[in-house]
Design a protein around this ligand. Structure first.
Ligand code: SF4
Length: 327
């Protein structure tokens, strides 16, 4: 470890002022401290925001679910409203990390976490995300766990969050507060694909702080769930995952929300699958046709992760069958 300054923010405004001067926010610290130990990240000033009043999980007057950025993963997963209305969020959280980490890590920190690409965490390796312009070791290296969707010639790393996949499926909004005031960003526009600037990962302006993630009210009740496929049953990142939410009425799918994880440089929404399902009756043949034809549309596998194309299709099909009630 190296010397750095640690300050505890007395309030939200003080925190934002300190961040504008170059400080980095820290709450649970479950990702950032690891990266600092490995000298992947070397912030000179840490701003402790864990005490700020951003932990509440509430239902707004318009019926939206608002999860404070500093709500712990464990608390969000166990919250009665989350559990009953959006089990896809609870399940994604409970399939993440370990109980100890879920009791430390926050929702805001979870969606801000950085990639698990091993080259990113090895400071001796070339990595455009860590050191822009240095190259991408994963392109010709071991890339079994890397992305097949949303990649660029500069970076092929996956986004590691599970709950971000659920947020993408449910079309959440990220609320931000910064030096210029409040703004809101659609979740689909918050996490950035690598393009030519893989070091820029979020749609954030200098000093901005995530205050909450909001799931819009859904007038039609959704049945939902999250499936995660990984190399071992616990404490492992997804090879593939699927977040699915469906509304069925009179035996017909009226609304479908589907996103995939472990395969994209950002959580990967599957609008073509959604469109294929709406207006049709649930059946094993429907799930199979939607997943086989559309789930891996545009995939560009690498040398070691070709298996993800078929695995993604099967993951989506299986989760559609589970949520759609034909399993
Ligand atoms: Fe770095 Fe991205 Fe390449 Fe991994 S995939 S080495 S994070 S540039």
């Amino acid at each position: 470890m190296y010397p750095f300054t640690f300050t505890k923010a007395a309030g939200t405004r003080e925190a934002i002022d300190a961040a504008r001067r170059g400080g980095r926010y820290i709450a649970g610290g479950t990702t950032l401290v690891d990266l600092m130990r490995e000298t992947v990240e070397r912030p000179e000033t840490l701003i402790d925001i864990a005490g700020l009043p951003l932990r509440e999980i509430t239902v707004t007057a318009r019926g939206a679910l608002r999860i404070g950025a500093l709500a712990l993963m464990a608390d969000a997963a166990a919250h009665p409203k989350v559990r009953t209305t959006y089990p896809v969020i609870s399940q994604a959280l409970e399939l993440s990390a370990s109980p100890q980490l879920r009791n430390m890590a926050t929702i805001g920190g979870n969606i801000m976490q950085r990639t698990r690409c091993t080259y990113f965490r090895d400071v001796s390796a070339a990595c455009n995300k860590r050191r822009p312009g240095s190259g991408c070791s994963a392109l010709e290296g071991v890339n079994r766990t890397h992305a097949i969707l949303g990649t660029s010639g500069e970076c092929v790393a996956t986004h590691p969050s599970d709950v971000a996949v659920a947020f993408a499926a449910l079309e959440a909004t990220v609320h931000l507060l910064g030096p210029d005031g409040e703004r809101s960003v659609a979740f689909a526009d918050f996490l950035l694909p690598p393009g030519t600037t893989p070091d820029r990962e979020q749609n954030l302006r200098p000093g901005e702080l995530i205050t909450a993630v909001e799931i819009p009210a859904h007038p039609r009740p959704l049945k939902s769930g999250y499936l995660k496929v990984r190399d071992r049953q616990s404490y492992e990142f997804a090879l593939t995952s699927a977040a699915v939410a469906l509304h069925l009425r009179a035996g017909v799918i009226r609304e479908a929300k589907v996103a995939a994880g472990g395969v994209g440089t950002v959580p990967w929404k599957l609008p073509a699958v959604e469109r294929h399902l709406v207006g049709r009756r649930p059946s094993d043949a429907l799930w199979a046709a939607a997943a086989a034809a559309l789930a891996a549309d545009g995939a560009r596998p690498l040398t070691h992760n070709r298996f993800k194309v078929e695995l993604l299709k099967r993951t989506v099909e299986r989760q559609l069958r589970i949520v759609g009630g034909t399993a």
